[in-house]
Design a protein around this ligand. Structure first.
Ligand SMILES: NC(=O)c1ccc[n+]([C@@H]2O[C@H](COP(=O)([O-])OP(=O)(O)OC[C@H]3O[C@@H](n4cnc5c(N)ncnc54)[C@H](O)[C@@H]3O)[C@@H](O)[C@H]2O)c1
Length: 272
């Protein structure tokens, strides 16, 4: 009898329907790409229609134009997902911005403060609310993109830090709410440190000071380097997959140990 050839290994997300917000570029694109490689039916979504559609083509994914901060946009997304797939298994609330101009507590303009909260925080609230409605019959996994800035204060980016702290907290409310309702929906947050994407490139500048700024920003990172979007995607994959079936309300740090110590720890070598 001819032995049956082994079937190809199934991906870690085989057959699951996954929506990633802000996935035209950066960390979101790396997540969408990893999900597609693991067998998910990926929906790339972004406010940037041209780049989002290009990314979706590149990954063999579907594209949905979605302004993650708009309630109307989420209502349209809900209807489109129901008619196109009939279900949603994974949502990654990844879309976010750093914000423009002054963000310190003394001079941040109210409209800028509110704009950062609308895009980084309202988007996560709306995304979670939509996902709960889409997932409550069969269960699912929601992953919210916070930041190491959601755990510590950031004097020059206070609005950004405030949004990411709220995302961390809302994740836990969603996790406990869903568990309490018996919905089988898990919700966890991811906290990247310095990951090289357009967000950082805009801060480091593209002139001669780029290398100098990069070295300055890297020197306090324990491994002395920025992270990659793919390194964040690997952590998100774990939380999105059934491998994390006993993990909800948790926060996963992908920040290379920046928060593992303190700036003024006792130093027994000091007297030598
Ligand atoms: N890069 C880092 O070091 C870092 C660190 C911690 C957390 N994060 C978080 O990771 C997420 C992704 O960051 P990134 O560095 O990849 O940024 P990025 O700027 O490279 O990509 C962000 C994507 O989000 C999209 N977007 C912006 N506003 C949107 C909206 N209203 N609706 C839908 N899409 C929108 C953009 O068009 C873009 O494609 C953000 O939430 C960010 O705060 C990034």
């Amino acid at each position: 009898m001819t032995p049956t050839p082994p079937s190809p290994p199934l991906g870690r997300l085989a057959g699951k329907v996954a929506l990633v917000t802000g996935s035209a570029d950066g960390i979101g694109k790396a997540i969408a790409s990893r999900f597609a490689a693991e067998g998910a039916r990926v929906i790339v979504s972004d406010i940037n229609e041209a780049l989002g559609a290009e990314t979706a083509r590149e990954l063999g994914a579907a594209f949905l134009k979605l302004d993650a901060s708009s309630e109307a946009s989420w209502q349209e997304a809900d209807a489109w997902i129901r008619s196109s797939y009939g279900r949603l298994d994974i949502l990654v609330n990844n879309a976010g911005i750093l914000g423009k101009g002054a963000q310190d507590p003394e001079s941040a303009p109210l409209d800028q403060w509110q704009a950062v909260h609308r895009i980084n925080l309202d988007s996560v609230f709306l995304g979670c609310r939509t996902a709960i409605a889409l997932m409550k019959e069969h269960g699912g996994s929601i992953v919210n993109m916070s930041s190491r800035s959601g755990i510590v204060g950031v004097p020059t980016a206070a609005a950004y830090a405030s949004t990411k702290a709220a995302v961390r907290n809302h994740t836990k409310s969603v996790a406990l709410y869903c568990a309490g309702k018996g919905y089988r929906i898990r919700c966890n947050s991811v906290h990247p440190g310095s990951i090289m994407t357009a967000m950082w490139k805009s801060m480091l500048g593209d002139g001669p000071s780029y290398e100098e700024n990069l070295a300055r920003m890297s020197k306090d990172i324990p491994l002395k380097r920025f992270g990659t979007p793919e390194e964040v995607a690997a952590a998100v994959l774990f939380l999105a997959s059934d491998e994390s079936s006993y993990t909800t309300g948790a926060e996963l740090l992908v920040e290379c140990g920046i928060l593992a110590g303190t700036a003024s720890s006792p130093d027994l070598d000091m007297k030598r």
